[in-house]
Write a protein that binds this ligand. Structure first.
Ligand code: HEM
Length: 498
C-alpha cells in the first residue's frame, strides 16, 4: 500500500515536472499574457477571450505595448498604438505573411476553398481592373441598387406607415445583389438560390473554422476533409458559374485579339488571370466564392453600423440629405458624385472607427524570426496583429474618442486634410481595412457601393429605432465584431429638404 502511494507521488511529481518544463519552454513566455498563461489554465483565458475579447483587448492595450491573448489552439500577440501599427505594417513579406495568417485563423483549404491559398488570383483583379474601373461599373451598381431596395424592403401601402426590418440581414441581401451584379452579372445576381448558396457558405466558414480550431493539429486534415460545407458550396456554384465560364471562353476564342469585342467584366478578368497563371478555368468558381466571402459580410456589417448610428441620431438626417441631394442634382448618380459626399463619407468612416468588423487588424504570421523595436522577440510561427479597437478609441489619436462625432473627418477635410481623412484611406491611426501592402484592396469598391446605398437610403426613407430601443450594442465572438440583429423602422421619406 505504501509503495503504491509512493508511486502515485512519483507520477504526480513527474507530471508536474513535465508541465513546468513545457511551460518554461513556451517561446512566447516573455510576452505578458492577459489572463492565465500556464498550459491548460490558458484555456480559461481563451474562454474569456471568446466571450469578452473587447475587455481583454482593452486591458492589454492600456497596460502593454506588446501582449498576448489566448485562443483555443494558439496565442495571438497583439501590438498597441499607432507607432506599433506602423512598425507592423513595415515588416516585409519575407518575415511575415498575411495569407498564412488568414489560413491559420480560418483553415482556408477546408473552410473556404481548396486551391485559393496557393492561387489567390482574385487579389490582382480586385486591386487592378475592379478598382480602376469603378466609374465604368457604377451605372450597374446604381441600377441594381434601385431594383434591390424596393424588392428586399417592400414598404407598406400607406405612405406614412413604418415597417421594421432586421438591418443586418437586409443589408446583407442588398449588398449581395449589388456585389454579384459586378461579380457575375445579370441574371445570376438576382437568382435567389444562388444568393442562398452564398449566404449559407459565408455562415458555414465560421462554423467550420470553430470546429477545426478544437481538433488537435495532426487530425485537422482528416477532420477538414470530412466537413461538407465548402465542397457543397463549390458544387452548387459550379452548376451556375461553369456554363458562364464556358460561354466566355468560347466567346474569347471567337473574337481573338479584338479587345473591343471582349466582354469587360469581373468574370472575364478572373478568367484571364487564371489563363495568365496557367490554371484551370474551374478555379474561377472558387475565386467567385472567395470574392463573395471577402465582400459581403464585411460590407453589410459596416453599413449596418452606419444605419444604427443614423437611426439612433436622426438629427443628422437633415445635413446628410442636404448634401446628397445637392450633389446628385449637380452630378447625377455618378462615382464623381459619390466622391463629393464628404459628410456622408465622414459619417461612415466614423461608424467604421467605432464599429468595424474586428477588434484586431493587420494580421500576420511570422515566417522568419523577428525582434520588434521594444526588444520583443517573435519566433517563426507566431501570430501577430494590431489592436484596432484600442487604437480607434485612444484619446491620443481621437479627441473625445468614445463619442460618435459623425462629421469629425469632414471637418478635418474642410480644414485642409482633404485626402487623408477619406473613408477609404488607411493610416497608422485608422486600420479597419488593415494597413500597408495587404490593406484591403476591395475597400475602394466597398466604400463606393456602401456610400451609394447610404445616399439612396437618405434620399428615400425616414429611419428610426423602435420605441424605447437605444443604439444596439455590437456582438463580439472572439475578436470578431458584428452589429446586433436588431430591427430598425423605415418608412417612405415624408419631408423634402427645405
Ligand atoms: C467595408 C468592407 C470591407 C472591410 C471592412 C474589409 C476589411 C479587410 C481587412 C481588415 C483586410 C485585411 C487587411 C490586413 O490585415 O492588412 C482585408 C483584406 C482583403 N479584402 Fe477586404 N474588406 C472589405 C470589403 C472587401 C471587398 C468588397 C472585397 C472584394 C471586392 C475585399 C477583398 C479583400 C481581399 C482580396 C483581401 C486580401 C488582401 C491581400 O491578401 O493582400 N474586401 N479586407
Amino acid at each position: 500500500m505504501e509503495d503504491r502511494v509512493q508511486y502515485v507521488y512519483a507520477l504526480l511529481g513527474l507530471l508536474a515536472s513535465f508541465y513546468f518544463i513545457y511551460w518554461k519552454a513556451d517561446p512566447l513566455r516573455h510576452i505578458p499574457a492577459i489572463g492565465p498563461s500556464a498550459p491548460i489554465l490558458s484555456y480559461l483565458g481563451a474562454y474569456k477571450y471568446y466571450h469578452n475579447a473587447q475587455e481583454v483587448l482593452l486591458e492589454g492595450y492600456n497596460k502593454y505595448k506588446v501582449f498576448r491573448v489566448s485562443m483555443l489552439d494558439r496565442w495571438v500577440v497583439v501590438v498597441s498604438g499607432a507607432d506599433m501599427n506602423e512598425e507592423l505594417r513595415k515588416v516585409p513579406d519575407t518575415h511575415v505573411s498575411f495569407v498564412e495568417a488568414v489560413d491559420d485563423f480560418t483553415y482556408m483549404k477546408y473552410t473556404v476553398a481548396p486551391d485559393v491559398i496557393e492561387h489567390p488570383l482574385h487579389i490582382p483583379v480586385v486591386r487592378g481592373q475592379l478598382t480602376r474601373n469603378l466609374g465604368l461599373i457604377f451605372p450597374d451598381v446604381v441600377d441594381e441598387m434601385e431594383v434591390a431596395f424596393p424588392e428586399v424592403m417592400p414598404m407598406p401601402t400607406q405612405d406614412d406607415e413604418w415597417a421594421a426590418f432586421p438591418v443586418r440581414d437586409t443589408m446583407a441581401a442588398i449588398v449581395s445583389r449589388i456585389s454579384n451584379r459586378v461579380f457575375v452579372g445579370l441574371p445570376l445576381c438576382r437568382d435567389p438560390k444562388f444568393l442562398d448558396t452564398l449566404v449559407e457558405y459565408a455562415l458555414s466558414v465560421a462554423k467550420a473554422r470553430d470546429i477545426l480550431s478544437v481538433v488537435p493539429g495532426l487530425l485537422k486534415g482528416i477532420a477538414g476533409n470530412l466537413l461538407p460545407w465548402s465542397k457543397r458550396a463549390i458544387r452548387h456554384a459550379t452548376a451556375y458559374v461553369e456554363p458562364m465560364i464556358q460561354e466566355r471562353l468560347q466567346n474569347m476564342q471567337n473574337v481573338g485579339d479584338d479587345d473591343a469585342k471582349k466582354p469587360y467584366d469581373y468574370l472575364t478578368w478572373l478568367i484571364e488571370e487564371t489563363q495568365k497563371a496557367k490554371q484551370d478555368p474551374s478555379l474561377v468558381i472558387q475565386l467567385i466564392l472567395l470574392s463573395n466571402f471577402a465582400a459581403i459580410h464585411t460590407s453589410s456589417n459596416s453599413i449596418t453600423h452606419s444605419l444604427f448610428n443614423l437611426a439612433a441620431h436622426t438629427e443628422y438626417m437633415q445635413p446628410l440629405r442636404e448634401e446628397v441631394e445637392a450633389v446628385i442634382q449637380e452630378h447625377g448618380w455618378t462615382k464623381n458624385a459619390i466622391d463629393k459626399m464628404w459628410k456622408l463619407d465622414s459619417f461612415m468612416r466614423e461608424s467604421q472607427r467605432l464599429g468595424g468588423i474586428a477588434g484586431i487588424s493587420v494580421m500576420r504570421k511570422v515566417v522568419q524570426d523577428i525582434t520588434l523595436s521594444d526588444g520583443t522577440y517573435l519566433p517563426r510561427g507566431t501570430m501577430i496583429v494590431a489592436a484596432s479597437l484600442g487604437t480607434h478609441t485612444d484619446e491620443k489619436y481621437y479627441k473625445n474618442a468614445e463619442a460618435f462625432e459623425p462629421f469629425r473627418f469632414s471637418e478635418m477635410r474642410m480644414e485642409g486634410d482633404a485626402v487623408r481623412k477619406q473613408y477609404v484611406n488607411t493610416s497608422k491611426e485608422f486600420i479597419p481595412f488593415g494597413h500597408g501592402k495587404h490593406a484591403c484592396p476591395g475597400r475602394f469598391f466597398a466604400v463606393n457601393e456602401l456610400k451609394a446605398m447610404m445616399a439612396y437610403i437618405v434620399l428615400h426613407y425616414d429611419v428610426k429605432l423602435e420605441e424605447g430601443v437605444s443604439r444596439p450594442e455590437n456582438v463580439w465572438v472572439w475578436h470578431d465584431v458584428a452589429p446586433a440583429d436588431t430591427k430598425v423602422l423605415f418608412r417612405k421619406r415624408q419631408s423634402k429638404v427645405e
